[in-house]
Design a protein around this ligand. Structure first.
Ligand SMILES: Cc1cc2nc3c(=O)[nH]c(=O)nc-3n(C[C@H](O)[C@H](O)[C@H](O)COP(=O)(O)OP(=O)(O)OC[C@H]3O[C@@H](n4cnc5c(N)ncnc54)[C@H](O)[C@@H]3O)c2cc1C
Ligand SMILES: NC(=O)c1ccc[n+]([C@@H]2O[C@H](COP(=O)([O-])OP(=O)(O)OC[C@H]3O[C@@H](n4cnc5c(N)ncnc54)[C@H](O)[C@@H]3O)[C@@H](O)[C@H]2O)c1
Length: 466
């Protein structure tokens, strides 16, 4: 469907933005019998499918598998060689469908969802226009799901060196010999390790905060830092990029840190955070401020817009910029739009997250300091993730820490962090406990199988006196 064919179009629901959040909102509304149009400016599937979660995890995987094998006597010698970079990039191309969204287009058609290709904007209450074309009106709801884009910090010379962002990095065809990564959050750390393990000779991470993964438990960043230094990734903490310039048009970049140090690199990857893509989506036509996150209530309805017809889900809300949380919000919004009594109970307090570095950092809910700041009577229980037979069986040196954050008054978990190699699947047990507020006393009857790494639960509960 083209925008011009859409003249006078009236449907039940218009979804602006076809990333994971928008697709789920559209799919759920359509599956329940509503007429739905999805507006997408680039590729249906969004940042996650083409330049985010999928390519970054795919590029990490070969190095991860080799590192896991090298921890196992008997397998280590067979895993002695380098990553096959061409095959790793080919796999990434396969996983991103070579940046072709034909498969997603078919999925929309199978669900009876109309696709309008072009840039969508709100055009007053219950109306959206596509690339300045005629408005599409929505009888029930408009859902904004326009996502986020990478921030470029205003560092002198940085824009002129044509730095990589998450899109350039995840779509790279070659491994730079020297890579400078600006930002020690999830994007920066995952891609720093991916490129190091793909063969970059020098990778340097520059992080302005005093620690990596600054929003997680302090031990998480410390463990990632130690692992990075062991595998030759340099980390500079508490310092920012002051200036950058490139020698000639394709020579090396000379980056000056505010500590005075100069780092020379072939490419600079900017991974300094993201901002919601809301600057040019017509928020002003409904009384909201452009460029800001769209504030939502626990029904995902935009705050400050009368009559409850405008919803926002995913990164554009600024709530919890993660694919699974955007999809959760989309399910709640679609439920509300289709008349069900559902509220968002997770996006503020029960956010699950995995940073897929080695060691991984898996967390849900509140850190100890966040819980204390909310006045919770906190008890912290720390045990070693690697100190269980299940971990020894997997290999040598799995290490890591498991922290439970207990609300002493309520007798429930309000947060958990599990670090260690390959422990991502353990997180969901903690997410269930936190989301369902399972009393700690009851958890003792959830007996982890032997010999699995899940026995860290047993150790933690024993440490809690159970
Ligand atoms: C490198 C990287 C790795 C990541 N890894 C993970 C991970 O492992 N796990 C995880 O949970 N999260 C991860 N994330 C975060 C995840 O990608 C985002 O949280 C997720 O993509 C947000 O989904 P969304 O639908 O809100 O927005 P997006 O995926 O950004 O999609 C928004 C869509 O809206 C479209 N759009 C925007 N404006 C308009 C407009 N005006 N009109 C029409 N269309 C418009 C865009 O073209 C886009 O397709 C990662 C992010 C990055 C950058
Ligand atoms: N595995 C995952 O689930 C995953 C992976 C990647 C991204 N994400 C999502 O994407 C979001 C964005 O990730 P991100 O890493 O870009 O952002 P982030 O906000 O998590 O980290 C950016 C880091 O850059 C630092 N920084 C900013 N400006 C700087 C400067 N001028 N000099 C030095 N340091 C500077 C900040 O202190 C911060 O630590 C995350 O919050 C996360 O929700 C998730």
């Amino acid at each position: 469907m083209s925008a011009s064919e859409s003249a006078e179009l009236e449907v039940d629901v218009v979804v602006v933005g076809g990333g994971p959040a928008g697709e789920v909102a559209a799919g759920r509304c359509a599956d329940r019998g509503l007429s739905v149009v999805l507006v997408e400016a680039e590729l249906v599937g969004g940042e996650c499918s083409y330049w985010g979660c999928i390519p970054s995890k795919t590029l990490l995987r070969p190095g991860d598998v080799l590192a896991a094998a090298r921890r196992v006597p008997g397998a280590a010698a067979a895993a002695d060689g380098p990553v096959d970079v061409a095959a790793a990039f080919a796999r990434r191309d396969y996983m991103t469908s070579s940046w072709d969204d034909g498969g997603q287009e078919r999925w929309l058609a199978e669900h009876g969802i109309g696709l309008l290709r072009g840039s969508g904007r709100l055009a007053g209450p219950r109306r959206a226009a596509v690339d300045g074309g005629p408005a599409v009106s929505a009888r029930r709801a408009v859902v904004l799901a326009t996502g986020s884009s990478a921030v470029l910090p205003p560092v002198p010379g940085l824009a002129e060196v044509h730095p990589w962002d998450n899109r350039t990095a995840t779509a790279a065809k070659e491994v730079p010999a020297r890579l400078l990564v600006l930002g020690g959050g999830a994007v920066g750390l995952e891609l720093a390790q991916a490129f190091r393990r793909l063969g970059a000779a020098e990778v340097t991470v520059v992080e302005g905060a005093p620690r990596l993964l600054a929003r997680e438990e302090p031990f998480a960043g410390e463990e990632v830092l130690a692992a990075f230094e062991r595998e030759g990734i340099a980390v500079r903490l508490g310092t920012r990029l002051a200036a950058a310039r490139r020698d000639g048009t394709d020579g090396p970049v000379r980056a000056t840190l505010d500590s005075g140090e100069e780092v020379v690199a072939d490419e600079v990857l900017v991974a300094a955070g993201r901002r919601p893509r809301t600057a040019d989506v017509g928020l002003e036509t409904v009384g909201l401020e452009p460029g800001r996150p769209v504030a939502v209530d626990d029904r995902l309805r935009a705050v400050g817009v009368p009559d409850g017809w405008l919803f926002a889900v995913g990164d554009c809300t600024g709530l919890a910029p993660l694919t699974h949380m955007g999809k959760y919000q989309a399910r709640v919004a679609a439920d509300v739009i289709t008349g069900r009594d559902v509220r968002d109970r997770a996006s503020r307090d029960v956010v699950s997250r995995v940073t897929f570095t080695d060691p991984q950092v898996c967390a849900v809910g509140l850190t100890a300091s966040e819980a204390r700041a909310r006045g919770v009577a906190v008890r912290v229980i720390d045990v070693g993730t690697g100190d269980v037979p299940g971990s020894y069986v997997l290999g040598e040196g799995l290490a890591g820490t498991t922290r439970l954050v207990v609300d002493e008054d309520a007798g429930v978990l309000v947060g958990a962090t599990i670090t260690g190699s390959g422990v991502q699947e353990l997180l969901h047990s903690a997410t269930v406990a936190v989301a369902a507020r399972v009393p700690l006393d009851e958890l003792r009857h959830a007996v982890p199988a032997f010999p699995t790494v899940a026995e860290v639960w047993l150790h933690a509960l024993e440490a809690a006196g159970l």
